[in-house]
Design a protein around this ligand. Structure first.
Ligand SMILES: [Zn+2]
Length: 166
């Protein structure tokens, strides 16, 4: 199933080269409810030494985005990308065990509209006391690709073709 989801979401491109992301604004939506979740200009490549796989790909019209595959303690795999900022809402307390980023604590984050679990927020351990709910400028988000939807793609499905208009 993951291979099916990934092949439909991603356009493959060769690995390598440093990233200079397009600064054109394009939105990413919650795949379950359509809520605005993130802006493509906030995609970053925050690599983890704990990732099973990291592959540079063109995704959401951005070149050389690092797609990382993480496994949790149950062996469940997550294809993910990282963001400097999103509207994903952090919940629960900071956890320091089983982190994918050494030196960082994490919390789950959810869609504020439908509650689906989109991913995680990471914050340097030394600053978690000052940021109980959202990451600081040193923090970041890791979101699961399976629950993200390109707004331009969604619009292409619901916009009435010009040939149907009078
Ligand atoms: Zn949602």
């Amino acid at each position: 199933m993951w291979q099916t989801v990934v092949c439909c979401l991603l356009n493959y491109s060769p690995m390598g080269s440093k990233h200079l992301f397009d600064t054109t604004t394009s939105y990413i939506l919650c795949r379950r409810c359509g809520a605005d979740l993130a802006d493509t200009k906030h995609i970053i490549n925050h690599l983890s030494p704990e990732a099973n796989i990291a592959i540079n790909q063109t995704i959401f019209e951005q070149k050389d985005v690092a797609v990382q595959v993480f496994s949790n303690s149950l062996g469940i795999k997550f294809y993910s990308i990282s963001f400097s900022n999103t509207k994903c809402t952090a919940i629960n307390n900071w956890q320091q065990n089983f982190t994918w980023y050494p030196g960082y604590a994490w919390k789950p984050c959810i869609c504020k509209q439908c509650g689906v679990h989109h991913g995680w927020v990471f914050e340097p351990i030394e600053s978690i006391d000052f940021n109980p709910n959202q990451p600081s400028k040193k923090g970041f988000f890791v979101l699961k690709l399976a629950f993200l939807l390109n707004k331009k793609f969604a619009d292409s499905l619901i916009v009435v073709p010009k040939s149907y208009m009078n």
